[in-house]
Ligand binder design. Sequence first.
Ligand code: ATP
Ligand code: MG
Length: 364
Amino acid sequence: MLKQALKILNTIEENGYKAYIVGGFVRDYVLGINSLDVDIATNATPQQIMGIFPNSVLPKEEYGSITIYIKNDRFEITTFRREIKYINNRKPIEIEYIDDLIEDLKRRDFKMNTLCMDKTGRILDYFDGKKDIENKVINTVGNSDAKFSQDSLRILRAVRFATILNFELSNEVKSAIIKNKSLLRNLSYSRKKQELDKIFSSVNSKYGVSLLLELGLDQDLEIYNLDKINITNDIIGTWASLEFSDKYAQEFSSSEKSIIKDIKEVLKTGITNETLYRYGLYTNQIVAAMLGYDKSKIVGIYEALPIKSKKEINILGCEIEKILNKKPGIYIREIYNKLEEEILNHRLENNKEKLEEFIIQNYS
Ligand code: ATP
Ligand code: MG
């Protein structure tokens, strides 16, 4: 991936422009972590980049960057820029393309994210990024208060990087976050959820949650019981343990929403034959993890259920009608519900004669 990236830098430079790898890739490279995508900064405009790489993908959002895919690797090429005006403490609405790398680095969020690599693989460190990485600390490029008030996403990025890298936030960063945290309310729920997902699914998530609580971000994130979070391998279990604003709803698929609802139901009663039957193995296994139960035991109990759906009840509707000598009606459903309950609780065997007997005794 690095080789490919350097090749791209060389191609851009052969066309007479400057180009550097910047941001996460270089930070992770210094840390010895494999990066999934590469950000490249250049003084060539998006149009000029498209001229050099005809197969590149057009700008994503209005952010004016060009994406190149080589096999599964992603290279995002962004023109050096100055951000002039921000809207809603998030998006720069006015940018200006510039020719100067250092000016471009000044608009970036954290010092560790300003490290660059040139086409020869040499690392350029204009803002003490390496020092922060060595000290495992996160500092903003320039005044922290200004950085967070310009773009509140940076608040969550700070916590996310601290979590994933196990870094500290500098005192200046912490105070500026606390001062600007109410601006999180202007951030889209989709951005909030994306960052929270990364924090919650990190192996270091406990630290991330403790930072969110320490900084008091839970209120502005509209999560009401963050101190009660139950972090599970399955992120959906983690979300199910939280009470949060309905405005996050559209960030979950309908199946995720229904699993969250089911998990909450199972948590009320605990795992029983009934919950295994009604909500299925997957949901109950998530609850098992949340309660610290042995997952394989839950599989055993599920496998041993006498029936796994109504269809498995060994008598047909028309047979019930015949036994009772009655016309079809909603009473059939009532009987089925009763049979289901009795079978599930091992009070009735699921075989035709036993079922017939039961129906005659109770319903004729
Ligand atoms: P990762 O890709 O691992 O999430 P990253 O640091 O590469 O981390 P990206 O979102 O890919 O993050 O952004 C690339 C670079 O762009 C960052 O390293 C940073 O320099 C800059 N950047 C991204 N988002 C912002 C922002 N909201 N404010 C300022 N600079 C940003
Ligand atoms: Mg990146």
